[in-house]
Design a protein around this ligand. Structure first.
Ligand code: ADP
Ligand code: ZN
Length: 715
């Protein structure tokens, strides 16, 4: 059995090995046992039921709460040649009827369905006849009131076990919390289930926290290093989301806003454009979340602090599902803490307020921590690590310490002088000798501490004050708008009896430098080729109306750009290239890699230009010249007074002779795919034979060009 599931893993999905604990889960499911699987986002849960679905008779029923995700899942399966469909309210009655027919004919391996649809009596009555092979319950925490996303319609799923005692159930979630886990198992009646808990670490995510100084400037600096990468920016309020999105757009970034106050249609548009790489940056409130399964999110920025470590981990977890290096950047400002605190305290549920304040404090402590971020995060989830990760801002650039005794004295005495009744910003203004109206009105310009800190910037003072708060010298009273007062620990400092050692602040410039180093250091493949492959992927995806990641993942493109496969065999060895995708897209990607190779002057089978020129007839030479000017076949034909078909034949001949001619460049990707499908069946036969059954819009020139490219690589 093991060899068979490995065979499926390789030929269908194009993966070389299972991740832990995929293999054991698959084996148990194939054997008909129940499984409970706790795995972080991006861990690879889907494979755990998709392979068993192909190894068991009947149709696997996958319950998923989000219609938008179902379509992408189904598209991804179809792209691998797996027979899958979904049933939900977004289907027309005709489409739904088609799915039912396919089900009755046993023509589906997987069916994705919303819980409310599955549990209607009519559907349940028909289900036994369709022979369910297994039930996979995705986002299983939705069944529990303890979970963070309870959905009443999920509770009905408890009946599945009674109705289908012999059909294995796999429940999957990324939720760590043990209460919720227990509840899921009980409610689904799968007490026998073998439980798998994968580690919670996301090693490919780099965690960075920087003090918020000029957030837009800091963010723009970060983004300008990542011109082509997709990411999410989280902000606290709708208003802020819109402002930030506007500013980014004005600065020339491809960005859009997303929050619950926007019309459904706009939210759908933004989400879809993001999935399709048409919008690069989504600025959003936490409303943007569950529906995102885009694997190539390269960064998540918290423009405003998250309200708990749980939400922070979940939000940053949306980066790097594909396992490639990704960034989580948080801009941390004391002002945001105060805003969050006031929001929480405005509720009149005293119990909730207490809990939420504690959660907020944990978040603040994380942001201010001077220890490895990952250790702090994992410790929070009860997963103790004994070594630093080497992949967070603290590990790669430990904060420098400095003797801040003098600054601390100045700050503490200034707090004292203003009567312990003012907040941090006011104290800083006094220290820096500001003459603003409020200071003049209060006569604070007459204080002995006025202007004694003019040698430091506001940001530097903020850093000192923040650490004084964090270390317990100053107390911030949130019930009095953050007024600062001295704690008993401040006395010895003021008397000169204790030293104060603080961490040096990190500024925006430093973050950018670090970002540059990382971005530069991590790529071991040819960036220009990667970009070209990504552009090709986008053309193919657009033509087929699919999100680009369904065609190939970023990880797969990166491996192509690294290994430079030369033929179908080598292409097949690339992770993520299964048999079906090799047939569908292999030629186009091999051609792109080949043309890149020859452009780079690397070892190539092509003729030198001099050799070529010698062997060409005049008419071919003329066509080649115009091709090199960038003209398409129709344009060349018009210029030369020849038919387009003749030019296409010239190009095919030039290509066969070894000239550097990209035949596929002139054919829309959708047509390329159609023609290649014919070629895969018939081989490179006559044009009219290949033409049969293809849509009217596919011309003989198209077929000739694609056929020309095909015989070259010979899939
Ligand atoms: P989850 O549902 O747990 O968030 P997915 O099932 O979407 O994760 O998988 C995350 C990514 O990892 C996908 O891009 C998937 O193709 C990839 N993946 C899963 N299993 C493997 C594997 N064994 N080898 C390589 N890539 C894998
Ligand atoms: Zn670390």
């Amino acid at each position: 059995m093991t060899t068979t599931i490995h065979h499926t893993l390789k030929t269908v999905f194009g993966f070389h090995e299972f991740r832990s604990p995929q293999q054991e889960v698959v084996e148990r499911m194939v054997a008909g046992e129940d499984v409970f699987l706790v795995m972080p986002t991006g861990g690879g849960k889907s494979l755990c039921y998709q392979i068993p679905a192909l190894h068991r008779d009947g149709v696997a029923i996958v319950v998923s709460p989000l219609i938008s995700l179902m379509k992408d899942q189904v598209d991804s399966l179809l792209a691998n040649g797996i027979r899958a469909a979904c049933l939900n309210s977004s289907l027309s009655s005709g489409e739904a009827a088609g799915v039912y027919r396919a089900l009755e004919n046993g023509a589906l391996d997987l069916l994705y369905v919303a819980p409310e649809r599955l549990m209607i009596p009519d559907f349940l009555d028909r289900l036994p006849a369709l022979k369910p092979s297994l039930f996979a319950i995705d986002e299983a925490h939705c069944i529990s009131q303890w979970g963070h996303d309870f959905r009443p319609e999920y509770t009905k799923l408890g009946r599945l076990r009674q109705l289908f005692p012999a059909v294995p159930i796999v429940a999957m979630t990324a939720t760590a919390d043990p209460e919720t886990r227990k509840d899921i198992i009980k409610q689904l009646g799968i007490e026998q289930a073998r439980v798998f808990v994968a580690g919670f670490d996301r090693p490919n995510i780099t965690y960075t926290v920087v003090p918020k100084q000029k957030p837009l400037v800091q963010m723009a600096a970060f983004l300008s290093n990542r011109r082509d990468e997709a990411g999410i920016v989280y902000a606290l309020s709708r208003k802020r989301v819109e402002q930030v999105a506007e500013r980014l757009k004005a600065a020339g970034f491809s960005a859009a806003a997303y929050h619950a106050g926007l019309p459904d249609s706009e939210r759908r548009r933004v989400q879809e454009a993001f999935q399709r790489d048409d919008i690069r940056i989504v600025v959003a409130t936490v409303a943007f979340g569950m529906g995102i399964d885009k694997p190539n999110v390269r960064f998540v920025i918290h423009y405003d602090m998250a309200k708990s470590v749980e939400s922070y981990y979940q939000e940053t977890g949306r980066a790097g599902r594909d396992g490639l290096p990704s960034e989580a950047l948080m801009l941390f400002g004391m002002g945001d803490v105060m805003t969050a605190r006031m929001l929480i305290e405005s509720s009149d549920n005293a119990e909730r307020v207490k809990i939420e304040i504690q959660k907020l404090n944990a978040m603040v402590a994380y942001a201010e921590a001077l220890t490895c971020r990952r250790r702090a995060l994992l410790a929070y989830f009860g997963d103790q690590r004994h070594d630093d990760c080497g992949n967070c801002d603290i590990c790669t650039d430990p904060p420098k310490r400095f003797d801040a005794t003098e600054q601390a004295k100045k700050a503490l005495s200034c707090v004292y002088r203003v009567g312990e009744r003012f907040g941090m910003m006011h104290v800083i203004e006094v220290l820096r000798g500001s003459k603003n109206q409020r200071i003049l009105d209060l006569k604070h310009n007459g204080l002995s501490t006025w202007g004694i800190g003019a040698d430091m910037s506001s940001a530097q003072w903020e850093n000192v004050m923040r650490q004084l708060i964090h270390l317990g010298y100053l107390v911030q009273d949130f019930t009095r708008f953050g007024a600062l007062s001295l704690s008993p620990a401040a006395r010895p400092v003021l008397k000169g009896a204790t030293e104060v050692i603080l961490g040096m602040p990190r500024d925006a410039a430093e973050t950018v430098q670090r970002g540059k180093k990382r971005a530069g250091g991590r790529r071991d493949y040819d960036q220009a080729l990667f970009d070209a492959l990504r552009a090709l992927r986008k053309r193919i995806a657009d033509a087929a109306n699919l999100p680009p990641f369904v065609v190939f993942s970023d990880a797969t493109l990166a491996e192509m750009a690294r290994n430079l496969p030369r033929n179908p065999q080598e292409m097949r060895a690339v992770t993520g290239v299964g048999d079906h995708k090799l047939r569908q897209y292999g030629t186009a990607f091999l051609a792109e890699i080949e043309s890149h190779r020859s452009e780079r002057g690397a070892v190539s089978s092509r003729m030198t230009d001099d050799d070529l020129q010698l062997t060409l007839t005049d008419t071919l030479r003329e066509t080649l010249l115009l091709y090199r000017e960038g003209l398409a076949p129709a344009g060349i034909g018009a210029r030369r007074g020849l038919k387009t078909t003749t030019i296409a034949a010239h190009l095919e001949e030039l290509h066969t002779m070894g000239a550097d001619v990209d035949l596929l460049r002139f054919v829309e990707a959708e047509k390329v795919a159609l023609i290649q499908a014919r070629l895969a069946v018939l081989g490179p036969g006559s044009l009219s034979e290949l033409r049969e059954g293809l849509p009217e819009t596919v011309s003989y020139e198209d077929i000739r060009l694609v056929r020309g490219a095909w015989s070259k690589t010979d899939v």
